[in-house]
Write a protein that binds this ligand. Structure first.
Ligand SMILES: Cc1ncc(C[n+]2csc(CCOP(=O)(O)OP(=O)(O)O)c2C)c(N)n1
Ligand SMILES: [Mg+2]
Length: 452
């Protein structure tokens, strides 16, 4: 107890001055940080004859003389929130969406554009024109519905299957393509595999291959935004498989204990490559873990774009106004193979995939809603698809023709200035290239061999 009080005094005394912290946020701190350290002020005591627990680690538990282990299957599963059924009909009219037609069509266009880009890029990998791709088919409702509920200043950290969120935010097709071809216009300077997008302009951090590493990064950024005090929030996407990583647990616990304004969005799409969700965990999905960490949590039908939109909007409001984290578990289905390196029919029946595609595709569901409203029809659909295909192909061909970044770029950006060791390695490469010109054709790279 005395340790708690002593620590509290220490923290109060320091007031955590902004100058003692360094953040990766681009904006300087202009306002007094509004950080509530939430240290307990009163000593925690066990009053005589108390009927509830007052141990420092659990404050609201009643004593009982009935011995009962809490069996997970005795607790009802968390419900799944839904607004619109698979026919595009609103189930409960008290939740009728209020978005204007322009907003709805913007969401629909982003979904269709994402799915067309996915098809073309998947095929192009099969033709050997890009090295890798990941399709988000079946999950466009989660990415687009959530992105549409955010403010543009909110910061996004994503896993790799949320291209719909980028598309909605305004990441252009040429930007997608430049990254996938790793050409000289790629913001990542060709250093990453395809689909590792980033956009400083749109407040989207770089995707990173090792699973779940974005979660603690997102929480740290959210803590930075809390100190900035302007109400921006972080949105962090991840899959249910990534939630098995230690980073998930560390990230959620830090977010809860430090009250960080972050909305966690878990896409539970049924699989982590070949591992079905139900082999990945024994509990009630990912949502039950949020509650375990003391985080307000909701489970939502991820194929219902309106439900995703509404819960994200509310979650954003909680995170921003009340400065604490929220977890959304969006239930969906991965229609695509995991990636171009996977053949999912080796571990799941083709009929299962076909049935989801036919029964509950988020694009079809939203299209039915728009048609019911008189906002969409098959001729509009045909026009949109034709236009988007052309746009994707134009961006594709332009990016494919671009030169690759200068070869020396691969030595840059790890250190502020080139270190003697890196300089030696670069000069050695230059020497090898000059000695074996037939082995190293650098014509496809900007400035050719002089780019070293
Ligand atoms: C730390 C780490 N372990 C393993 C992998 C290999 N890996 C890539 S994606 C993936 C499955 C992730 O599943 P999930 O989080 O559910 O996302 P989904 O692919 O279903 O969208 C695995 C195991 C990795 N990239 N990083
Ligand atoms: Mg998954």
């Amino acid at each position: 107890m005395s340790t708690i009080r002593h620590t509290t005094r220490l923290l109060r005394g320091s007031r955590l001055r902004p100058s003692s912290f360094r953040f990766t946020q681009t904006r300087p701190l202009t306002t007094t940080p509004k950080v509530d350290l939430e240290a307990p002020t009163a000593p925690i005591r066990q009053p005589p004859n108390a009927n509830s627990v007052h141990f420092p680690g659990a404050l609201n538990s009643q004593f009982t003389s009935t011995m009962s282990f809490h069996a997970p299957n005795a607790t009802p599963s968390l419900p799944t929130y839904r607004i619109m059924d698979t026919n595009g009909e609103i189930i409960d009219t008290s939740h009728t969406p209020t978005m204007d037609a322009e907003g709805m069509l913007k969401m629909y266009t982003a979904m269709v554009k994402t799915s067309i880009m996915d098809m073309i890029m998947y095929d192009s990998q099969r033709q050997g024109r890009i090295s890798f791709y990941m399709v988000s088919s079946g999950e466009e409702g989660v990415a687009v519905g959530s992105a549409a509920a955010l403010n543009p200043e909110d910061v996004i950290f994503s896993q790799y299957r949320e291209q719909g969120a980028l598309m909605y935010r305004g990441f252009r097709l040429d930007e997608f393509m430049n990254q996938m071809f790793g050409n000289r216009l790629d913001y990542g300077k060709g250093r990453n595999m395809p689909i590792h997008y980033m956009s400083e302009r749109l407040n989207v951090h770089s995707i990173s291959s090792p699973l779940a590493t974005q979660i603690p990064h997102a929480v740290g950024a959210a803590y930075g935004l809390k100190r900035e005090g302007e109400g921006r929030v972080v949105v962090c996407y991840f899959g249910e498989g990534a939630a098995s990583e230690g980073d998930f647990h560390a990230g959620l616990n830090i977010a809860a204990t430090r009250s960080c304004p972050v909305v966690f969005i878990c896409r539970n799409n049924g699989y982590a490559i070949s591992t079905p969700s139900l082999e990945q965990y024994k509990g009630d999905g990912i949502a039950s873990r949020g509650i375990g960490y003391g985080i307000e949590t909701i489970r939502v039908d991820g194929n219902d774009i309106w439900a995703v939109h509404e819960v994200t909007k509310r979650a954003r409001e909680i995170a921003s106004k009340e400065q604490r984290p929220v977890l959304i578990e969006a239930m969906t289905y991965r229609i695509s193979h995991h990636s171009t390196s996977d053949d999912s029919f080796a571990y799941r029946p083709r009929e299962e995939v076909e049935s989801w595609k036919r029964r509950d595709d988020p694009i079809t569901r939203f299209r039915k809603y728009l048609e019911n409203k008189g906002l969409w029809d098959s001729s509009k659909e045909e026009d949109l698809r034709k236009t988007v295909k052309k746009e994707v192909m134009n961006a594709f061909m332009a990016a494919e023709k671009e030169r690759k970044p200068r070869v020396r770029e691969m030595f840059g950006d790890t250190f502020k200035e080139e270190t003697p060791v890196l300089k030696k390695q670069r000069e050695e490469l230059k020497r090898v290239v000059a000695e074996y010109p037939n082995e190293y054709d650098l014509d496809a790279f900007e400035d050719g061999k002089d780019g070293l």
